[in-house]
Ligand binder design. Structure first.
Ligand code: SF4
Length: 368
């Protein structure tokens, strides 16, 4: 049994007391249900709390138990997730729910949680400590920042030795406190509301009297993260082909970033390829439709994790009959009215559908 030093004991006591007195009343803090905790943790990755709150409530209203979610069709789950982005999280959640049901219940160890689809070390530790009160260190960017500053750590806390030291310090707090749930959530809350990236509120911090970065005036320099790799620029084309039943849209195949989601017909331009011939090629290759390219109606930019995507958006007019069939990268194609609620749209598609509604309405009345 580890014996935390006196500093870790004082830090843990101060953190837990501060958390209990200052925590925000968020809906996932009113439950110990591992399914609801897993749902909240996945939704909160790369998404702001105030965005997540309504999605979390709607999701649990539709699928209140892990069994209910496991029984739902994937397309329904993706549709409920639409707008949150990073759809891989929704697919993983659904797969994890099915794995939990197949196993007869939630695993109650970190290793067991790690075996669920899409559950990595951070999420496993978060669920283990919050739902099951196990002393597991959930180390995300917030926790890396708080602990780096508290101890004046100068190594990159997101990798290698720096990450190992941060994890050890977080485990020291768990060893010192009986309430693993409050340690984990206290660290998260401190990073989210007090020890924020710019201008931390050290005067309101439970560690203000002992923090190395505050004492040394180095809060602006810590944490020292390695520079991020700039995103790859991607040039794409988008074609809005209108018909009586809306615009031509297709569903991405596979389990990749956008798999299972609908979008107007689009594709990347090849090196040196102008938008118009690129769009003719994309329609022929991806949905088997010959088109001529009409006016350019706009440009849409979208940021994926590692890609800065720019799409040139054009009207497209069919040459001859439109008998579309899904080609590479798509598994279904049809006409649909922009924003149709029975389809799961990607965040990018929602941006594009703003243009699609301009194109579809007048042409819908006149025919294709
Ligand atoms: S004292 Fe300031 S820098 Fe140190 S942990 Fe608290 S908020 Fe962060």
């Amino acid at each position: 049994m580890p014996h935390p030093d006196g500093a870790a004991q004082r830090d843990a006591d101060a953190l837990v007391a501060w958390y209990r007195a200052n925590r925000r009343d968020l809906p996932w803090r009113r439950t110990r249900d591992p399914y609801a905790i897993l749902l909240s943790e996945l939704m909160l990755q790369q998404t702001r709390v105030d965005t997540v709150v309504p999605y979390y409530g709607r999701f649990l209203a539709e699928w209140p138990t892990v069994g209910a979610l496991a029984a739902a069709p994937e397309e329904d789950v993706l549709r409920a997730w639409a707008g949150l982005g990073y759809y891989r999280r929704a697919r993983n959640l659904h797969a994890a729910a099915r794995a939990v049901v197949a196993a007869g219940g939630f695993p109650r160890t970190v290793d067991g949680l790690l075996s669920l689809p899409g559950v990595g070390p951070y999420t496993a530790a978060a669920v283990a400590s919050i739902a099951f009160d196990l002393p597991a260190a959930a180390v995300d960017g917030n926790v890396q920042r708080v602990i780096s500053r508290r101890h004046g750590l100068t190594a990159d806390p997101a990798r290698g030795d720096g990450l190992r030291v941060v994890t050890r310090r977080a485990l020291d707090l768990h060893d010192a406190a009986a309430d693993a749930s409050s340690v984990t959530q206290g660290l998260m809350e401190l990073g989210a509301t007090v020890c924020v990236p710019r201008a931390p509120r050290c005067d309101a911090c439970p560690w203000g009297a002992v923090c190395v970065a505050h004492r040394d005036g180095t809060t602006a320099e810590l944490p020292r993260l390695a520079p991020k790799i700039p995103p790859t620029a991607v040039s794409a084309v988008v074609g809005l082909l209108a018909g009586p039943d809306g615009v031509l849209v297709a569903r991405r195949s596979g389990s990749g970033l956008l798999g299972g989601l609908w979008e107007p017909i689009l594709g990347e331009r090849e090196q040196g390829e102008a938008p118009e011939p690129a769009l003719v090629r994309v329609f022929a290759e991806r949905v088997g439709v010959d088109v001529v390219v009409g006016e350019r109606v706009g440009e849409v930019r979208h940021r994926f994790t590692h890609r800065a995507w720019t799409g040139s958006v054009h009207r497209a007019h069919a040459v001859g009959d439109v008998i579309p069939h899904p080609g590479p990268g798509y598994d279904a194609v049809r006409f649909a009215h922009p924003g149709a609620r029975d389809l799961a749209w990607s965040t990018l598609a929602r941006k594009l559908l703003g243009y699609a509604s301009i194109v579809a309405e007048p042409l819908a009345a006149d025919g294709p």
